[in-house]
Design a protein around this ligand. Sequence first.
Ligand code: PEP
Ligand code: MN
Length: 341
Amino acid sequence: MLILMKPDATPADIDGVCGRVRELGFTPHLIPGQTRVAIGVTGNQGAIDPSLFAHFPAIAEAVPVSRPWKLVSRDVKPDHTIIPLPGPRATCAIGGGTFVVMAGPCAVEGREQLMTAARAVCDAGARVLRGGAFKPRTSPYSFQGLKEDGLKLLAEAREATGLPFITEVVDTRDVDLVAEHADILQVGARNMQNFALLEAVGSVRKPVMLKRGLSATIQEWLMAAEYIMAKGNYQVMLCERGIRTFETMTRNTLDLGSIPLVKRLTHLPVIIDPSHGTGDYRSVPALARAAVAVGADGLMVEVHPDPARALSDGPQSLTPANFAKLMESISAIAKVLQMKI
Ligand code: PEP
Ligand code: MN
């Protein structure tokens, strides 16, 4: 259910309604809007009888939400969600009209590799550094990441460049540790429906980027985001990183067609990852340009100082020089579309 408050509702009126929602055993979620506050109600199994709220004069309307996802829905929150970037260099927000580029190596491999990548992506105009410290690998024998040492190196790179960083958390037991260091938590494709992990990142107060699962429908993806928001973390962004189709000549099929639809269905920012989306560095620049054109709010790109020697995802990683060229070409597209970059 969505409770729309009257524009002149006072904080006490809003508190009163939230108290009533809790009394009924449900959870209230405050959704501030441009003209009025709305309160999303979750935790109910069936429809809630609107007459339970009839005696609150500051309520304009109590409407049932028929879609299975609620807090992520544009029906519930028409305004875009804007997620401010933390840090000294952070003059922009994700979803706020700036096309935010996140770039860096697939995995943090060591100080020199990370610092070189971080300085290069920073100089070329990236606004967020990416780097995996905990790596979900298909084979148990592949490099699994530097774990906590990787987080510390990412923090050093943030110190050196001023760029906030995003990194993946793969296990509920590591959520607090990762949240202590990272600026944005990433939930990877393989964990999109790890509901315990979704609830755990929903309980921290750091932004979360939720990647679309390898075989996830749009509805499943939105429901996964709903898990995070239902726990009270509203700073969620989605990331399209390619899905598995019958095609075998690309690593994944980057589902650009989902973007306009997802932007209509939800107020959450959407990021595109053409690196995992194609698996081949030669296809990344063209799809990065398409990402700007299709209306995404940002990009996640893998960049490695020496892709041939990368411990993971070398074939899809750009060299710093290729990344700088990509930035120039997407800047041209962003300019045409009157987006900052
Ligand atoms: C990654 O970003 O390095 C990663 C593992 O991505 P995905 O979860 O999309 O495969
Ligand atoms: Mn990768």
